[in-house]
Design a protein. Structure first.
Length: 269
């Protein structure tokens, strides 16, 4: 059975859950995963005595976790770095790293409304769920073979990385972010484009923990043009994020259409 023949949302819901890391305890779970992946496995960052990998961007970032329902454990994380409200013109990490490699004729982040942009960062999955040998030295990965394999608990379909990415898209949308920037391997950026929207390359490759390339997605475009096969997956993840984010105060605003939906569901009164 290929992805075209299955309900990706129902399958995802059976095995995984996306949770906004809004509390100190949940953020610590994300920091712990980051330490396992970025410090212990990949040696991208120095080991920390407390077992948490953190930096100066975490205080203003939005954090997400993915949980394995079968094993009842958090297995991956990501975050959205936003410009600080009182320092909107402070560059995002990719702007600093890619100063000389961005093609500003495509997009110049400095000319966009700073409260409408953000950067995807620290996308990571623990080693036991990075299944294939070629994933050992990558924090997260997707391959061409992932799309179209049989669907079962051991399927190669990339539920975990796509779940985290779609979760990031939805959390950005709910927080009125229009554009998300990434600095990833080019093939990872291209695979995220399989959702149906253009993940636009906006500069030349650079060396940063391997060869990386900057890219950008428009939130409205990726949600509006998402391929039909991925919509059930998006809907399940959207429901997880919306209900959890509202109940924990993790949204800057509450869109009217979401408010109506949650009132109907009894989440809001």
């Amino acid at each position: 059975m290929s992805p075209q023949d299955m309900n990706l949302g129902a399958s995802f819901k059976e095995y995984f859950e996306i949770i906004p890391a809004s509390s100190k305890e949940l953020k610590n779970e994300a920091y712990r995963i980051r330490h396992q992946v970025y410090c212990e496995d990949l040696n991208f960052e120095p080991l920390r005595s407390n077992g948490f990998e953190t930096d100066e961007y975490d205080s203003s970032a939005l954090h997400l976790l993915i949980r394995s329902i079968k094993f009842d454990m958090f297995i991956g994380c990501t975050r959205i770095i936003r410009p600080k409200a009182n320092k909107l013109h402070t560059p995002l990490p990719f702007e600093k790293i890619c100063t000389n490699s961005l093609n500003r004729s495509i997009v110049d982040p400095t000319q966009l409304p700073r409260n409408k942009i953000a950067e995807v960062s620290r996308l990571a999955v623990i080693a036991s769920f990075r299944r294939r040998k070629d994933e050992a030295k990558r924090p997260i990965n997707i391959s061409d073979e992932d799309f179209g394999k049989p669907q079962d608990p051991h399927s190669r379909f990339p539920y975990i990385p796509l779940g985290l990415f779609i979760g990031t898209i939805e959390l950005a949308r709910l927080n009125n972010i229009d554009y998300l920037f990434m600095l990833t391997e080019e093939r990872l950026a291209n695979h995220f484009g399989k959702l149906g929207a253009n993940n636009q390359i906006i500069g030349t490759p650079i060396e940063h923990r391997g060869t990386r390339i900057p890219s950008m997605v428009c939130i409205e475009e990726i949600v509006g043009n998402m391929r039909p096969i991925f919509r059930p997956l998006y809907q399940v993840i959207s429901k997880d994020i919306s209900s959890n984010a509202v109940c924990t105060g993790y949204l800057t605003t509450l869109p009217r259409e979401m408010s109506d939906t949650l009132m109907d569901a009894g989440v809001l009164t």
